[in-house]
Design a protein around this ligand. Structure first.
Ligand SMILES: Cc1ncc(COP(=O)(O)O)c(C=O)c1O
Length: 283
């Protein structure tokens, strides 16, 4: 029986119900996280919890009941209760501004938030990781606070659907002529022999995987220029990879049907991928 966490209680998934007036449903008024679990160990918990706290503060959602210790305990029990302490899993967490009669402005102070979490088994797709993925480019139509991990995901939903319809794994988004990130990943490029990625700003999500990679890069002696790559320079890019909690480091070997470099995962990508996986699996 699958159990989930809802507002302080662990209960069977079928019994976890939220009111139709929940602002997560009506407005997409909430914050979410996805964490990776390897052999029962939550990867980079503190960083995920900090991003969630930052997101709740950014949206001015009351963080009562959504503090790091409470959520971590909920995740750990979900992992144990759902038989996910061996192998790999993910936990999805969401906090919405709660249920109240529909008004654009905030509901009355004291309206309880909705705090939800659920664990699922996770399986890496080895072909994607080793042979690489295809991507397409798409205009970045998202709002101007992409640094907040809100449940309002229509831009990424439409971009990913376009990718899937074109037989690709990911959509690389571009805004003002610059490649920002993937629909649900951060993106790195090798241009003129230099590793580059979009700088932290309101226009990308501060990915936890990106953060771990930055740390790993220091350890393996690869520099990274946090400077946007112009879309027009894409044909000159020799390597691309995307990264995220469920994507790890995934090489991108073709964009818009054109091979990236030799059309196989490049040497810089492979070194970073190896070093990242050592961290993730704590080899
Ligand atoms: C837009 C976007 N960028 C980047 C990422 C990667 O972030 P993380 O490494 O924290 O999973 C995600 C993950 O969902 C995302 O949605």
């Amino acid at each position: 029986m699958t159990t989930v966490y809802l507002n302080g209680r662990h209960l069977p998934k079928e019994q976890a119900l939220i009111p139709v007036e929940d602002r997560g449903f009506i407005f997409g008024d909430g914050i979410y996280e996805v964490v990776r679990v390897v052999e029962g160990r939550i990867f980079a918990w503190d960083a995920h919890a900090a991003r969630m706290a930052n997101g709740l503060a950014g949206l001015r959602i009351d963080a009562t009941g959504a503090d790091s210790a409470t959520l971590r305990a909920a995740c750990e029990r979900l992992i144990a209760d759902n038989g996910l302490a061996g192998g790999e899993a993910t936990v999805y967490l969401q906090v919405s501004r709660g249920a109240a009669p529909r008004t654009h402005h905030f509901p009355p102070a004291g309206t309880p938030t909705t705090v939800y979490a659920a664990a699922s088994p996770f399986k890496v797709n080895p072909a994607l990781r080793t042979q690489g993925a295809r991507a397409i480019t798409q205009p970045d139509i998202r709002w101007a606070r992409c640094d907040l991990k809100t449940v309002n995901l229509l831009g990424p939903v439409l971009a990913r659907q376009a990718a899937v319809e074109q037989g690709a794994y990911e959509a690389l988004l571009h805004r003002d002529g610059m490649l920002t990130e993937g629909a649900a990943t951060n993106a790195f490029f090798v241009l003129d022999g230099v590793l580059r990625t979009y700088p932290l700003s309101h226009y990308i999500l501060p990915g936890i995987t990106r953060q771990v990679i930055m740390d790993v890069l220091g350890a393996i002696g690869i520099g990274c220029d946090e400077r946007p790559v112009p879309l027009v320079d894409l044909p000159r890019v020799s390597e691309v990879f995307v990264c995220g909690t469920t994507t790890d480091v995934t090489p991108v070997v073709a964009v818009d049907g054109r091979a990236v470099g030799a059309g196989t995962p490049g040497p810089v990508t492979l070194r970073i991928k190896e070093a990242f996986e050592q961290r993730l699996y704590a080899k």
